[in-house]
Design a binder for this molecule. Sequence first.
Ligand SMILES: Cc1ncc(COP(=O)(O)O)c(C=O)c1O
Length: 410
Amino acid sequence: MMDQSLVDYFDSLDSIDPMDLSESALMQNYGKAALCLVRGNGAWVYDSDGKAYLDFLSGIAVASLGHAHPKIAAAIALQADRLIHVSNIFANEVGPKVAAMLNRLILMGYPEESNGRVIFSNSGAEANEAAIKLARKYGLESKRHHIIATVGSFHGRTMGALSATGQKSKQTSFEPLLPGFTHVEWNDVSAIEAAITDETVAVMLEPIQGERGVVDPSPGYIEEVRKLCSSRGLLLIMDEVQTGLGRTGAWFAFQHHSILPDIVTIAKALGSGMPIGACWARDSVARAFTAGDHGSTFGGQPLAASAALATIREMIEIDAPNRAQELGERIVKNLDGNPEILRISGSGLLRGLNLMRPVAKQVVEIAMGKGLILNAIGDSVIRLAPPLIVSSSQIDSACDLISASLGEAQ
Ligand SMILES: Cc1ncc(COP(=O)(O)O)c(C=O)c1O
């Protein structure tokens, strides 16, 4: 018999403020939320009071096609009605198409490379876990498992990805970490060279350090690391979780440097908000994984993959990389010369406003009051990651609001 008290409790949840319920029912690992967002449309999101905000964060570089995109919503609805999940015991019709498209986009400009392969996951951290395991399996015969990563990097919160991350503040409470990682200074090729041992199998980098504060590679750094890896027989793992899929003005940020990594990890924008991650590798590397080596119950399931397929298709149709490039330049043009801004870092529509004063958090709060969502990284950097479908006039309005907020910060 149905337990009426459970139904009553279920129904009573509607009358509790979601912010209060978040505080009482969720672990408090994210800090207190500033807003409860209930719906979105394009570059706009709306809170529970109906107030509109221009979203210049896109769920941290996820909603690249904006919110409630009709084609993405339709693809998800269609697939939900057909088949949501089958597990990887069976093939499905959708995931392999996404893999083939990623292969095509990553290998653009490299016709001599015959192929690459993809393993799907459900997040960026998991895509990096797959990359770490793949590199270890690849190095097994030659007894190499060590990975060199960089100080300030961010690769995720699971234990392997956290061990690869170069931020002590995120790691110390969870030691001992996974062994086999060395961190060297960012933008220092000789530091990588000096850290190589007989056990080193790979170098792992973000093409732009996003979570550190949108920190650019110095000219030639990525190219030199690629050369070093090739000459020393190391894999180059490029974490494109934040930068990938058009955001920086190229399909992948490594393409600004005319290099090809051996392994590329992708997530965030791939599913337009549906959880999906991917680890791509050159065929010769990918073949290190054989049956039973790695897996995920959900990875590449039809529903998440349908969102990814529709996302890629729409990004091609709107020429997302070029849009990001042009609109990013518009941001720079609008804000360049603002006396509160020391420097604008990043590329395309992933930008860091490096401030003269440590007022980033205050500016984010002021801007929110004005209906603009921004993101502070530390005290002095504001990260901008608007949807790639944002309009020129929305860029102009947001820049005006940013200037006004900077002017009001004490
Ligand atoms: C470069 C990079 N790698 C990995 C991750 C982790 O992704 P996820 O939060 O989906 O696990 C992030 C998230 O911000 C990221 O920016």
